[in-house]
Design a protein around this ligand. Sequence first.
Ligand SMILES: [Zn+2]
Ligand SMILES: [Zn+2]
Length: 255
Amino acid sequence: MHAVHWPFRWLGELVYPRACALCGTTLSPDAPWACSHCTSRFMDDLSGAFCPRCGRVAEPYMVSPDGCRHCKGQRVHIDALVRVGTYEGPAGQLVIRYKFNRCQYLDAILGTLVADAIAGQAWASQIEALIPVPITLWERWGHGFWPVGLLVRAAARKLNIPVWRAAVVRGKKRRQAELPASARAANVRGIFRIRGSQHLAGRTVCVVDDVATTNATINEMAKILKKAGARAVFAAVVAKTTPEKIFSKNRDQGP
Ligand SMILES: [Zn+2]
Ligand SMILES: [Zn+2]
C-alpha cells in the first residue's frame, strides 16, 4: 500500500504545500497535521471530561459509570462509549471537512485519533474487533467514499485488531438530522441487519461511528449485535454533540 501511495503524496506536497487540517494555514515541513494554535484547541477538546455512558460533556466530578444526569436511568445497549472530542469543537470541524469536503486523506488522522481514544479506556484490551456503522450505497455515493469505513480501517491497523463488517443497513426512513431527538430512536429501529452472526457469539466488539447526537444509531447497532450473541458492545465516535444545544438552537441542524 505505502509503496503505491508515498510517491503521490510526496508529489502532492510539492504542488500543494501541507496545510493545517483544521484552519488551512500552511504548515512547516516538520509540523504534524495541524498548526500549533489548532493543536492546542484540539488538545483542550480531547482532554475534556465526558460521560462514559452517553459521551456528553460532563464535569469531572460528575463522571460515573452509571451515567450523567442526562442518561442515568435511560435504557442503553452500549456498555460504554468513548469519544475523541465534541462536535461543536475542533473534532467536529475535522469530521465535517472529512465527510463533506471530500478530504479522504484525513482518514489516517481520524483513525489514529479513534484508536488512541479507545486505547485510553479500561475496556480497550477486551475489544476483539471494530465494527463500522454501515451506510447505504446512496449515502456512499453522496460522500464519494465511505467515511467511517475508511477511518475504521486505520484505527484497526493501529490497534492491531480486525474490522468486522458485521452489519448492513436498509436505509433510514428519514435523515436523522431532520428529526427531533425524540423521534430518532424510532427512525433507526430495525434498519440494520446482521450478516455472519456466527462470528459474534460471545465476542466483545466496538462499534465505530463518526458523529453521535442522541446515540440512537449506535444503540440500535449494539442492540442487534447483542441479539446476535455479542457479549459486550462498546462504542467509539469521533465527535459527540450536545443534543440539548442543537435542538434548542435549530431543529434541523446536526447529524
Ligand atoms: Zn490551524
Ligand atoms: Zn450520560
